[in-house]
Design a protein around this ligand. Structure first.
Ligand code: NI
Length: 162
């Protein structure tokens, strides 16, 4: 947090299947896996492209979260399916050690492409919808504290009573 690249609007990917794109995705996967992230956006590794990865399975940072399919999502768009808002605790690999209680839309549809350029369209709710909205925000220079409306619920995970 504080790096100007996390505040920029990332550019769309125009070419699928390139070595450069595959290398970015590999680097993202290594970073996410080594830090037990639920998701990662390319700007978090200093690459200003609209590329997200996410997925949750037995994640020690999110022990209560339901599984989310491992996904590469490129040039994503989000449609809100219900205006209902849900609050939940989030962390971010760009804000190590911190957690915040963040409002998100409960139910969304997201569309985009995988790394081969194959169209993806899914509906998501709960933690899955939260992860996608969090990662999508990174592509528009938004970090989760900017979404919070109660800063008393922002702090270090080792002292927060989650
Ligand atoms: Ni994040």
């Amino acid at each position: 947090m504080g790096d100007y690249r996390l505040l920029a609007k990332a550019a769309p990917v125009s070419c699928f299947g390139s070595t450069e794109l595959n290398t970015v995705i590999e680097d993202m996967r290594d970073t996410m896996d080594s830090l037990n992230g639920a998701g990662l956006a390319a700007p978090q590794i200093g690459v200003s492209l609209r590329v997200l990865i996410f997925g949750v399975h037995n994640n020690p940072r999110y022990p209560d979260a339901e599984d989310v399919l491992q996904t590469v999502l490129i040039n994503p768009e989000i449609e809100v399916l219900e205006e209902a808002i849900e609050h939940g605790w989030e962390g971010c690999l760009s804000l190590p050690g911190l957690r915040g209680y963040v409002p998100r839309f409960k139910r969304i549809r997201y569309i985009g492409f995988d790394e081969h350029g194959v169209h993806i369209e899914r509906e998501a709710e709960g933690f899955h919808a939260r992860v996608v909205q969090h990662e999508y925000d990174h592509l528009n220079g938004i970090l989760y504290p900017m979404r919070m409306n109660d800063m008393s619920r922002f702090g270090f995970e080792e002292v927060l009573n989650l």
